[in-house]
Design a binder for this molecule. Structure first.
Ligand code: THG
Length: 288
């Protein structure tokens, strides 16, 4: 069988290895003003306390990597993203996933980041490949490649695989190791297309079969607009892990997210003696 690729990320003092042979890595999603209005309001006021608290809480809840997004409309993202990253690095030692569509903000962040970051993201658009891949190469960062390109988001698994093919081909031909490429098959909401979830699961399988690379996604997107999202999210989380997702971008403070990832790891033989499951259970009881 194809070897499961290992993506190694680091901070100044900590290394995280993402691999299908290991337990699932949760990438904490909460430092994101685009997705969360309270973060937006705090950043608009120049208040970084919420960001620092969110960083600490997510790591305590089991996130081993943190996604950092500072996309505040009208703000200077180059300065703001750099500051948010510094604030986060001052309170936690988790490696970071730098979430920006702005190449200048990305480069400023990569310059000050201490360690090997995960860039979120590059996609199959020419402009994206041309600007982001050289930065990944220069700074030795890993990248998330989104399965979309100049024609938009493909509507079949094989067409999404073709975008992954293109990103992997372009990145590796520049000397970026395939281990450093994490693919996002794109999780779209099932409230507007009931086939969206199944399509993404199928895409994960095709990409994993062909490359063995690591797979991420904003897995809670799947339930946007539906009632009782946590049940849908938890079920989908388990199914996506089984299909091959290794590092979801999710909210570890939601108990169902964490327990589902842990239970899926146990069910897939990635939790020897169930130690991680038991340890998390004890922590939950203690904090009750
Ligand atoms: N793929 C990749 N990166 C991503 C995404 C993805 N980054 C952003 C996003 N999608 C994942 N991050 C978040 C962050 C916060 C929230 C959701 C996804 C969130 N949402 C609340 C909700 O959905 O109800 C908003 C509620 C609030 O305002 O607090 O918290 O797909 N590569």
């Amino acid at each position: 069988m194809l070897e499961n690729k290992k993506t190694i990320l680091s901070s100044k003092t900590k290394t995280v290895e993402i691999c299908r042979d290991n337990p699932t890595v949760l990438i904490g999603e909460r430092i994101n003003p685009t997705g969360r209005k309270v973060v937006l309001a705090a950043l608009q006021e120049g208040n970084f306390e919420l960001v620092r608290q969110d960083a600490i809480k997510q790591v305590e809840a089991g996130a081993t990597v943190l996604d950092v997004n500072a996309g505040v409309p009208g703000a200077d993202e180059v300065a703001l993203l750099s500051q948010v990253i510094q604030e986060v690095m001052s309170v936690v030692d988790a490696p970071l996933c730098i979430d920006t569509a702005n190449p200048q903000a990305l480069e400023a962040a990569l310059k000050l980041y201490e360690g090997k970051a995960l860039i979120n993201s590059v996609n199959g658009e020419e402009k994206s490949l041309e600007t982001i891949l050289p930065l990944a190469k220069e700074y030795g960062a890993a990248i998330i490649g989104l399965c979309m390109d100049d024609d938009g988001i493909p509507t079949t698994p094989s067409a999404r695989l073709e975008v992954a093919d293109k990103i992997i081909e372009r990145a590796t031909s520049m000397g970026i190791p395939i281990e450093d490429i994490v693919i996002d098959p794109l999780a779209m909401t099932m409230s507007s297309d009931h086939l969206a979830g199944a399509l993404t699961l199928q895409t994960i399988k095709l990409i994993v079969e062909k490359y063995g690379v690591n797979i991420t996604m904003g897995s809670s997107n799947i339930s946007f607009g539906l009632p009782e999202r946590k049940f849908v999210n938890a079920t989908y989380m388990a199914m996506a892990i089984h299909a091959g997702m290794t590092c979801p971008i999710a909210n570890p403070l939601v108990i169902e997210v964490r327990t589902t990832a842990l239970a899926a790891d146990l069910a897939l033989g990635r939790d020897e003696y169930g130690m991680r499951w038991i340890k998390d259970f004890r922590t939950r009881k203690k904090n009750q």
